[in-house]
Ligand binder design. Structure first.
Ligand code: IMP
Ligand code: MG
Length: 182
C-alpha cells in the first residue's frame, strides 16, 4: 500500500470513534477486574499478533498479580461460507499451559472464526482456566458461538484502525481508534 503524500494518509481517517482517554480508563478498569479474578496462580497473557500488541502493553501494566506474557500468530483458511476453519499456527507458545490461567488478549473480534480455532487449540492443552478479553467487539458480524469474557467497547460494523489495528499494515500507531474510509 502506498500514499501519494502525508495528506492522503491522513485523509483516510474519517473520525475518532474512541479517544485516547476513553481507552485509558477502560484499560484501567479491565486491569482491576483481572486483578480481582485470580488468586495468585500464574496468569499467562496471550497476545494474538499483531493487532493486540498495543492493548497488551497497556493492559499488562494495570495488572499487579503474577503474570507472564506469551505471543502467538495464526492464519485461518476457510472454504467459501463454511464457518469451520482450518487454523495454521505460524508462531506458537512455548509454555506448558497446564500451569497457567490463560487470558487471550485480542484487539477486535469480528466473525470470531480465527479466535474460535485458537481457543479450541489452547483448551486441548489443558490450561487451569481460559478467558478471552478483547478491546473491541463487533457482535453483529459474529458467525461462531464464542464466549467473550470481557469486551471493553462494542462497535457497529465499521472498519476501524489505530491502537494496534491496521489497514494494510498502516495506522497501528495511532493512539486512538478511528473510523477508516477508503
Ligand atoms: P475474525 O476471525 O473475523 O474475528 O477476524 C478478526 C481479525 O480481523 C482481527 O484480529 C483483525 O485483524 C481483523 N479485523 C476485523 N475487523 C477489523 C477492523 O475494523 N479493523 C482492523 N482489523 C479488523
Ligand atoms: Mg487480530
Amino acid at each position: 500500500m502506498e500514499f501519494k503524500n502525508v495528506n492522503a494518509f491522513r485523509e483516510k481517517i474519517k473520525r475518532i470513534v474512541i479517544s485516547e482517554n476513553e481507552i485509558k480508563s477502560a484499560v484501567k478498569e479491565a486491569g482491576k477486574i483481572i486483578n480481582s479474578l485470580y488468586d495468585g496462580t500464574p496468569i499467562l497473557l496471550v497476545s494474538i499478533l499483531k493487532g493486540s500488541f498495543v492493548f497488551l502493553a497497556d493492559l499488562c501494566r494495570e495488572i499487579n498479580i503474577p503474570c507472564e506474557i506469551g505471543f502467538m500468530a495464526a492464519e485461518s483458511y476457510y472454504d467459501g461460507t463454511l464457518s469451520s476453519g482450518n487454523v495454521k499456527i505460524t508462531m506458537d507458545l512455548t509454555q506448558d499451559l497446564s500451569k497457567y490461567n490463560i487470558i487471550i488478549v485480542e484487539d477486535i473480534i469480528d466473525t470470531g472464526r480465527t479466535l474460535n480455532d485458537v481457543v479450541n487449540l489452547l483448551k486441548a492443552r489443558n490450561p487451569i482456566s481460559l478467558r478471552i478479553i478483547t478491546l473491541l467487539d463487533k457482535p453483529s458480524r459474529r458467525t461462531v458461538d464464542l464466549k467473550v469474557d470481557l469486551s471493553l467497547f462494542t462497535i457497529p460494523d465499521i472498519f476501524v484502525v489505530g491502537y494496534g489495528l491496521d489497514f494494510g499494515e498502516y495506522y497501528r500507531n495511532l493512539p486512538y481508534i478511528a473510523e477508516f474510509s477508503e
